[in-house]
Write a protein that binds this ligand. Structure first.
Ligand code: ASP
Ligand code: MG
Length: 405
């Protein structure tokens, strides 16, 4: 007997028939003799609709009331799924975040889970009752409903699995696992049987929208075994696990990309102490995140070019912040470029293998693709290239690292 947390995303509970289909999956898990807690998202499209209501009623709404509104989507699905289970003869009840309670901080709209009291659920799971928990929501120290940020029910599920000491957290979604690259672009992409937490974290933060980034951080911290699998096909998914569980580790596990960044070049800023602080300080004050940075060597010892990336949606604001300070920064002019893509090669194997970066650079060169900015971490190499080369770069790299099916 095992204890399993199952999480079903918006498309999996997108209409009444699908909720009935989910009830079947839960029932099958119970029939295997397992203790089951289920976490549900709102029905597909519902959260967007609720956010839209908030935006149209008052532009400067209070985040506490936003949470009261947007958390309601999950309340509906948890009740409906509990009914479907009961109709199927399964002993089940719904739980809202505050009823468990799932305690969060009071950063409304993107609250963090502080702790979960597992006592009552634990007793009932042991008795064979299925807990159907509304994802995405908890209760703040002030007793108000708080939501965990978009995509937050993944985090609810992983946190619940940790608190309940579950053997596994199954995330049912509309894809059947994690792939070596985006299968819509790279036809030869393969589904991975296993991936490490760290690799998954890199993929999630690069916009592979399979799991919320925070949920992966949480799984890694508490050692929760997570499986990503399809709610529409009955096939094994991808297990997200500790490195030690992966016997034959590939050097590179995947090639990811994101179009969410834009490039800014400041032409001819002074090459002297304090310049980087003068550029990036005001951006940080404006809550604009900077990702990749490259500073050229100065030809004359007096001035240099500074190139960096920001979120594409922050580009206009970043340009404004910097142009307001042109006198102080002293740059000749500024070049914004939204037509870039960041391509990343990810793999924990690169810690112990040389030449991984060289394969990337050589492959791009052979395909006539110019690298604009490079950044690296222990398990990732990222390059910024012109957006028009996205497909070419992904396919060529996928082949170069021997990932093709
Ligand atoms: N319903 C919420 C959203 O759409 C939470 C989730 O689905 O994970 O962001
Ligand atoms: Mg999601």
């Amino acid at each position: 007997m095992a204890r399993i947390v199952q999480k079903f995303g918006g498309t999996s509970v997108g209409d009444i028939d699908r909720i009935k289909n989910v009830a079947e999956k839960v029932k099958a898990e119970v029939a295997r003799g397992n203790e089951v807690a289920v976490v549900v998202s709102a029905m597909a499209g519902v959260t967007n609709q609720l956010v839209g209501y908030c935006d149209s009623i008052a532009p400067l709404y209070e985040a506490r009331e936003y949470d009261a509104v947007v958390a309601s989507g999950e309340q509906v699905t948890s009740g409906l799924l509990a009914m479907a289970l009961q109709a199927d003869g399964v002993n089940a009840r719904s739980w809202q975040g505050w009823q468990i309670p799932m305690r969060t901080d009071d950063v409304h709209g993107k609250a963090r889970i502080l702790d979960i009291d597992p006592a009552e659920l634990d007793t009932r799971l042991k008795r064979g009752e299925v807990a159907v928990v509304a994802g995405f929501q908890g209760v703040s120290p002030q007793g108000r409903i708080a939501t965990l940020g978009r995509g937050g029910s993944d985090t609810s599920a992983v946190a619940l699995a940790a608190a309940l000491g579950a053997d596994r957290c199954d995330i049912y979604t509309d894809v059947d696992g994690v792939y070596t690259s985006d299968p819509r672009i790279v036809r030869s992409a393969r589904k991975l049987d296993k991936i490490t937490y760290e690799e998954m974290l890199e993929m999630a933060s690069l916009g592979t929208k399979v799991l919320q980034t925070r949920s992966v951080e949480m799984a890694m911290k508490h050692g929760v075994r997570v499986q990503v699998l399809s709610s529409f096909e009955d096939v094994p998914g991808t297990l997200v696990v500790d490195e030690g569980e992966i016997v034959e580790q590939e050097v590179v596990s995947g090639i990811a990309y994101t179009r969410d960044e834009a490039k800014i070049t400041l032409v001819k800023v002074a090459d002297e102490p304090g310049v980087a602080a003068a550029i990036f300080g005001p951006l940080a004050d404006a809550a604009i995140n900077v990702d990749m940075i490259v500073q050229n060597v100065s030809e004359d010892g007096k001035s240099t070019d500074m190139t960096f990336t920001v979120g594409r949606s922050d580009l206009d604001r970043a340009v404004e912040v910097l142009q307001q300070r042109q006198d102080q920064l002293g740059h000749d002019y500024l070049l914004p470029d939204p037509n870039v893509v960041k391509v990343s090669v990810i793999g924990v194997g690169m810690r112990s293998h040389a030449g991984v970066a060289q394969t990337m650079f050589r492959t791009l060169a052979e395909n006539g693709i110019n690298i604009q900015v490079i950044s690296t971490s222990e398990i990732k190499i990222s390059v910024l290239i012109a957006e028009q080369y996205t497909e070419l770069a992904l396919r060529a790299l996928h082949t170069a690292y021997g990932l093709d099916a």
